[in-house]
Write a protein that binds this ligand. Structure first.
Ligand SMILES: *Cc1c(COP(=O)(O)O)cnc(C)c1O
Length: 449
C-alpha cells in the first residue's frame, strides 16, 4: 500500500523541505526495491534506499512520501533543477511533434541548434563543429575516433584517477579497477596512463607535475605515436582533484607543439557546474575537443563532442553517428536547459553555492582533522577523509558519514580512487536554506561517527 495518497508533481513547486515520515526505505519503497532485486541484476547497484516518485528544486520525494535533500543531482545531471518547467514543456511539445526520425536519415533543426550553441559556448575563439551522442562514454569514444582519424596515430594517454565511462574503450581509459573494470577485460589497446597533478598528495607545482607527466609520455609512448591526451579538468569520480596551477596549460601546450589532440572531458565539470560555463575556462586552456553530457539536457540522454572544425571534419561521411544520437526530445531538453544556464543566472548561482560550500566545509575541516582536504570549484566541491596522523585515505569514515546522511534524508555521494571522498553536487536550483540544512546533517553525521 502506498503511504502517499497522491504523488506530487515534481519541479520547483515541490515543497522545499526535508521530511522523513518513515525510516528508509519505507514500506512502499522496500516493496519496489525487493522487486528490483528480483528483476534487475546485482551489478546495477544503488546507494539511496528509496524509490523516487518526484523531484525538483533541491528535493527528491520517495514512494512513501519522504522528502530528501538532494546534494548529488543524479551525479551532476539535473543542474538546472529536476523537472524544470521549461525543460518539461519543451519535452512535452517535442514528444507531441515527432519523437524520432534518425538525424542520419532525416535531419532536424533542433540538433543543429544544440550544435551551434555548443560551438558558441565551449572555450576557444576558433571555428568549431559538434556531433551529438547518447552518453558521456559514447562521446569519449567518438572523440578518440576523431582524434585517431585526424592524426593517423593510435595511442591515447589518460591520467591517474581519471574516469571516462564503462564501455570497453572508456573502461581502458578509466583508472579505477573496482568497481569499474574488475573482471571485464581485456580492454582496448593503445591506452597509456600518465601521472596526474594531485596537490594534496604529491605536493608538486603544476609545472613540475606536467614535466613528470610529459617525460613519461615521451619516453613510454612517444609523441609521434600519440593521437590524443584526454583529461578531466577536475577529476570527477576520481575524487574532485583540482590540478595545481599551470599543469593543464603545460600539457595543452605540449600537445599543440607535438600535433597531439588535447581532449578535455567536461562530462561532469561542464554547464555552469564549477562556476564557469566550462571548467577549462578557469585553467586557461582551449581544448581541441571537449566532451560533454551529464548537465547538458537536464536528465535526457544526450552527449556531445565539440571541437576545432578541421579536426571534427577528419572523419569520413558516415563514420560518425548512431541511431539515437541527438534524439529530438533530448535536443529540445538541451535547448531549454541551455536557455536556463545562460539566461537564469546559473553560472552566478554555481559561484554562490561554491562560496557557501567552501565556508561551511572549511569550518568543518578546521574543527576536525579527519578532513584532510577541501577542494573543488563552485557547485563541485568535496572533502577528503584521512587518518590525521598518516594522511592515509579513510574510506570507512567517508562511507559511514554518507550512509548516516542518507538515513537522515540527505543524498550525498562518495567518490575517489580510495573511496574516501564525499562530493557535493547540488542542483543549482537548491535554496541556501536547504543547502545549509543538508550541511548541518553532514556535520552532525561526522560528529556522530
Ligand atoms: C560520467 C562520466 C562519463 C561517462 O558518462 P556516461 O553518460 O555515464 O556514459 C565520462 N566522463 C566523465 C568525466 C564522467 O563524469
Amino acid at each position: 500500500m502506498p503511504l502517499l495518497d497522491t504523488i506530487p508533481a515534481g519541479g520547483p513547486a515541490l515543497a522545499q523541505e526535508r521530511r522523513l515520515v518513515t525510516p528508509l526505505p519505507g514500506p512502499r519503497s522496500a516493496e519496489i526495491l525487493a522487486r528490483k532485486t528480483d528483476a534487475v541484476p546485482a551489478g546495477v547497484a544503488h546507494t539511496v534506499p528509496i524509490a523516487a516518485v518526484a523531484a525538483g528544486g533541491g528535493i527528491v520525494v520517495d514512494a512513501d512520501g519522504n522528502s530528501l535533500i538532494d546534494l548529488g543531482s543524479g551525479i551532476a545531471v539535473t543542474s538546472v533543477g529536476n523537472a524544470h518547467p521549461k525543460v518539461a514543456a519543451a519535452v512535452a511539445a517535442q514528444a507531441a511533434q515527432f519523437t524520432h526520425t534518425c538525424f542520419m536519415i532525416s535531419p532536424y533543426e533542433s540538433y543543429i541548434e544544440v550544435a551551434e550553441a555548443l560551438n558558441r559556448l565551449t572555450p576557444g575563439g576558433f571555428a568549431k563543429k559538434t556531433a551529438l551522442f547518447n552518453s558521456g562514454a559514447e562521446a569519449v569514444e567518438n572523440a578518440i575516433k576523431i582524434a585517431r582519424k585526424h592524426t593517423g596515430r593510435q595511442a591515447v594517454v589518460a591520467f591517474e584517477h581519471g574516469y571516462h565511462g564503462r564501455t570497453n574503450l572508456t573502461m581502458a581509459l578509466t583508472a579505477k579497477a573496482m568497481p569499474y573494470k574488475s573482471g571485464f577485460g581485456p580492454f582496448a589497446p593503445e591506452v597509456y596512463r600518465a601521472p596526474l597533478s594531485y596537490p594534496f598528495r604529491d605536493g608538486l607545482s603544476g609545472a613540475d607535475a606536467a614535466t613528470r607527466a610529459i617525460t613519461q609520455i615521451e619516453k613510454q609512448v612517444g609523441a609521434e605515436n600519440l593521437a590524443a591526451v584526454i583529461i578531466e579538468p577536475i577529476q570527477g569520480e576520481g575524487g574532485f582533484i583540482v590540478p595545481a596551477d599551470g599543469f593543464l596549460p603545460a600539457l595543452a601546450e605540449w600537445c599543440r607543439a607535438n600535433g597531439v589532440v588535447f581532449i578535455a572531458d567536461e562530462v561532469q565539470t561542464g554547464f555552469a557546474r564549477t562556476g564557469t560555463m566550462f571548467a577549462s575556462e578557469q585553467f586557461g586552456i582551449e581544448p581541441d575537443l571537449v566532451t560533454t553530457a551529464k548537465g547538458i539536457a537536464a536528465g535526457l540522454p544526450l552527449a556531445a563532442v565539440t571541437g576545432r572544425a578541421e579536426i571534427m571534419d577528419a572523419a569520413h561521411a558516415g563514420g560518425l553517428g548512431g541511431t539515437y544520437g541527438g534524439n529530438p526530445i533530448a535536443c529540445a531538453a538541451a535547448l531549454a536547459a541551455i536557455d536556463v544556464f545562460e539566461n537564469d543566472g546559473m553560472v552566478e548561482r554555481a559561484q554562490q553555492i561554491g562560496a557557501l560550500l567552501r565556508e561551511r566545509l572549511n569550518a568543518l575541516a578546521a574543527a576536525d582533522s579527519r578532513i584532510g582536504d577541501v577542494r573543488g570549484r563552485g557547485a563541485m566541491t568535496a572533502i577528503e577523509f584521512v587518518d590525521p596522523a598518516t594522511k592515509a585515505p579513510d574510506a570507512a569514515l567517508a562511507g559511514a558519514v554518507a550512509k548516516a546522511c542518507i538515513a537522515e534524508g540527505v543524498i550525498v555521494l562518495t567518490c575517489g580512487t580510495f573511496g574516501n571522498v564525499i562530493r557535493f553536487l547540488p542542483p543549482l536550483s537548491i535554496g541556501d536554506e536547504l543547502l545549509n540544512e543538508g550541511l548541518d546533517v553532514v556535520a552532525g553525521a561526522l560528529a556522530a561517527v
